[in-house]
Structure formats: C-alpha cells, structure tokens
Design a protein around this ligand. Structure first.
Ligand SMILES: Nc1ncnc2c1ncn2[C@@H]1O[C@H](COP(=O)(O)OP(=O)(O)OP(=O)(O)O)[C@@H](O)[C@H]1O
Ligand SMILES: [Mg+2]
Length: 428
C-alpha cells in the first residue's frame, strides 16, 4: 500500500473543490442563518443574471418572487432549527427570480456547514426550465391525447347510436315490408280466388247455355204441341183431352222452373251469397210437411215412408239449406226408381249429429260412375233416357258443406241407393 501524504491530500481536495465550484453547471450558493448570501459561484451569476460580486451580501429572498418570500423565510428558519442535507421544496414547484424580474423553475438541494463558528447553508441550484417545458409539452400532448381519445370515444358512441338507430329503422322497415308483402300476398290470393270463381262462373254459364238448349227443347216442344192441341180441342167432348194437355204444360213448365231455380241457387252459392242462418224447429213436423209437397211428384203407386227415430226432435238448422238437400235427394229417389217402389226416409241422432237417410230400390249407380257423382253436370251412364241436368247433387253437397255437414252414399246398379246426410245439430 502506498503511503499518502496528509498535506498533499488536503491541497488536492481544495483543488478539486475549486474545479467543482468554478465549473459546475449547478449554481452553488452559501447563505448565513439570516439569509445573507456569503458566496455564489459563476453559474449562480449566469442563472440569476447578476454581474460579478453583485450577489454577495444580498438576501437570498431577493432571488425569489415576492409571492413566495414569506414562506421562504419560514422555511429557511425551519431549516436552521434542523439542518440536514435534503431537497428543498418537496412536493411543490420552486420558482426563482432573475435580476430582470423574469421567473424560472429551479430545483434546490440543501446542505449545511460551519464556518468560523457560524452555521451556513449551502444550496445547489439547477435551472429546470427545459425539463419543465418538456414536462409541460408532454402533459399538453398527453392532455391532447386524452381529449382526442375522449372525442374519439364520444364519436364512437355517437356512431354506435346512429348505427343502432339505423338498424332499428331497418328492422322497422323490414317488418313493414314483410307486412306489406303479406298484405299483397293475401290480396293476390284473394284476386286469384276471385278470378277462379269468375272463371268457374263463366264456365257454368256457358255449360248452362248448352245444357239448357238441350234440356229445354223437349219440354218446350211438348208445351208447344200441347198448346196447339188445346187450340184444336174446342169442343165440349174434348174437355178431358184439353185438361190433360193443360196438366202436361203445367208439369213441363214446372220442370223448366226447377232447372232455372237450380241454376240460380248454384250461381248464388258460387258467388258466396248464401249464408247459414240456423233456427230451432221440430224436425219431424218440418220433414212431414216437406215430404207432403214432394209427394205430388211421385210416380203412380210409388210411396214415401218417413220413419223418425226420435219424437219431438228439436234441431238448430238452416231451413232453406235443409229443404234444398231433402228435396233434391228425394226427387232423385223418385226419378231413378220404377213405379210401385217405396222410398224410405229415416232420421236419427248419432252423438251430436243428425243423420237423415234416403233409401230407394231404384236403378242404382254404376260403380265406375260413383266417384264423379257430386261433380257439376255429371250424369251416370244408366240415366241417359231420364231427364236431368246433373246439377242436383252438386247443389246438395254445397248446401251440406255450408252447414258443416257431410254426405255419403251406397249404391248397387239395379238394386238401389241410399244417400246419407250427416248434419251437426244442437238438440235441446
Ligand atoms: N237415387 C239415385 N239412384 C240412381 N242414380 C242416382 C240417384 N241419385 C243420383 N243419381 C245419379 O247421379 C246423377 C247426378 O244426380 P243429380 O241429382 O246431380 O243430377 P240429375 O238428377 O241427373 O239432374 P237434376 O239436376 O235435375 O237433379 C244422376 O244423373 C244419376 O245418374
Ligand atoms: Mg237430381
């Protein structure tokens, strides 16, 4: 180990101190306990803008803006009570005053020493203007950034709200469109139905014209020949013959009226003009009266037997529909049965349904024709020589369906047929 000379060490330390003191960028200030400046290095003069030696003897408070002076004196006295190395102005910004009264931010660290038996305070001062500026610039850009971020956020929120509104509007529009489409589709279906009805009605009319020209010819020529014969039979002795022809005319006119009535009801049913208006009435009374009317059309020695299973059976039905159904079915039974045959009519209840059977022992229906029986204008092969339009059963089916019932039949060619009508009725 090299021996170190104490004297040379002390000289070295003085030299090192002098270099630090004179070249340091920090301002170094020595102040007595009253705040009087005892010593200031070159940097101090540059920092505070004073010329050589001017600082010596000045109060340190002269280097501080007036507003902080009082506080500084308090702090300085405090430090004198408890001197130890520390940073000055912890937690607050320190501001210094130049000779030209301009202010600048500083950072100060304090130290204490003793000189000639008196306490002195040594302050190291750094101008932190640049740092503060950078900090402030940073703060400003940070604030700007924050502001930008919050603007961005509120713009995003606005945009999201607009989008949500747009989506909601689109959804509304969509459901409106769906609604419109539904309405249009419904209207289209209605229009198609109406068109279909119109087409069917036109077809019906044209078929009626061709049917009428065929079916009307025979009764009309009968009427014509009977009428001309009546004109000839003007003698008293020919009274019987005249009356016979009058009866024939009446029956032919009746037939024609029947065809026209059938056609008119079919037209009304097609147009949906006929409704279901049920009323309460006694079924047996109604059927007995109706069958009495129909009996006038019976062939010689034909008879009708009505067998009601229930007495005083009150039903709730549309009389007009029921009359049309029974009249058509019984007229067929009469028409397609030979003379002397008996037609049986039964009525009974099956749960909440009323069943009416019309049974004949007539010519029956060929098996191949049976599937088409309820079609408009359809007539079986075995009835070519019997008058008819083929409208009756079609009408019956429509009436039955209008009152929520159904119709079925069983038949064997040459043996007879039974038509069975099932109608929902509420009995009391
Ligand atoms: N009771 C029955 N016995 C045998 N055939 C029948 C009977 N009822 C109906 N038919 C057959 O069904 C066809 C259709 O009957 P529908 O009552 O519709 O017409 P139609 O009797 O020929 O003419 P109309 O329109 O004058 O009644 C008849 O032409 C006939 O072939
Ligand atoms: Mg008929």
């Amino acid at each position: 180990m090299t021996k170190v000379n104490q004297k040379s060490v002390s000289r070295l330390s003085k030299d090192v101190f002098s270099v630090i003191y004179n070249t340091s960028v920090e301002g170094i200030l020595a102040v007595d306990t009253h705040g009087v400046i005892l010593l200031a290095n070159k940097s101090c003069y540059q920092l505070f803008g004073y010329s050589d030696q001017q600082l010596i003897g000045m109060k340190v408070e002269e280097l501080i803006p007036i507003k902080y002076k009082k506080d500084h004196i308090k702090h300085r006295n405090g430090y004198a009570q408890d001197p130890k190395p520390r940073k000055m102005g912890q937690g607050r910004d320190l501001v210094a005053l130049r000779s030209d009264n301009s202010e600048f931010p500083i950072e100060v660290s304090l130290n204490h020493a003793e000189h000639a038996g008196k306490a002195i305070v040594i302050a190291f001062i750094i101008d932190i203007t640049k740092r503060k500026n950078t900090e402030e610039a940073l703060k400003r850009s940070e604030e700007k950034l924050l502001q930008y971020a919050s603007e961005l956020e509120s713009r995003v929120q606005d945009r999201t709200k607009e989008l949500a509104e747009a989506v909601e509007n689109l959804e509304k529009l969509n459901s409106q469109l769906e609604q419109e489409i539904k309405i249009r589709e419904k209207a289209e279906i209605e229009a198609r139905k109406a068109f279909e009805r119109e087409r069917e009605l036109n077809e019906l009319k044209s078929r009626f014209v061709s049917m009428a020209s065929h079916e009307f010819r025979t009764p009309l020529s009968t009427i014509l020949s009977s009428a001309s014969l009546i004109a000839k039979y003007n003698e008293k002795e020919t009274e019987d013959k005249r009356l016979k022809h009058v009866v024939r005319i009446k029956s032919n006119v009746n037939d024609l009226t029947g065809i026209l009535n059938d056609f008119l009801s079919l037209g009304k049913l097609e147009e949906g003009k006929i409704e279901n208006n049920p009323t309460k009435f006694d079924l047996n009374i109604f059927l007995t009266e109706l069958l009495d009317e129909i009996k006038s059309g019976l062939k010689s020695e034909q008879s009708i037997i009505y067998e009601p299973f229930e007495k005083n059976l009150e039903v709730n039905l549309d009389k007009m529909h029921l009359k049309s159904i029974i009249t058509n079915l019984v007229s067929n039974a009469i028409k397609y049965s030979p003379k002397q045959e008996t037609i049986k009519i039964l009525s009974y209840l099956k749960k909440d349904d009323l069943i009416i059977d019309i049974k004949d022992n007539g010519i029956g229906i060929p098996i191949n024709d049976q599937p088409h029986l309820f079609e408009r204008f359809f007539r079986a092969k075995n009835v070519i020589n019997i008058q008819g339009t083929g409208l009756g059963l079609n009408l019956v089916k429509r009436h039955v369906e209008l009152i929520n019932g159904n119709i079925s039949f069983k038949s064997e060619e040459g043996k007879g047929s039974t038509f069975s009508v099932k109608l929902p009725v509420k009995t009391t």
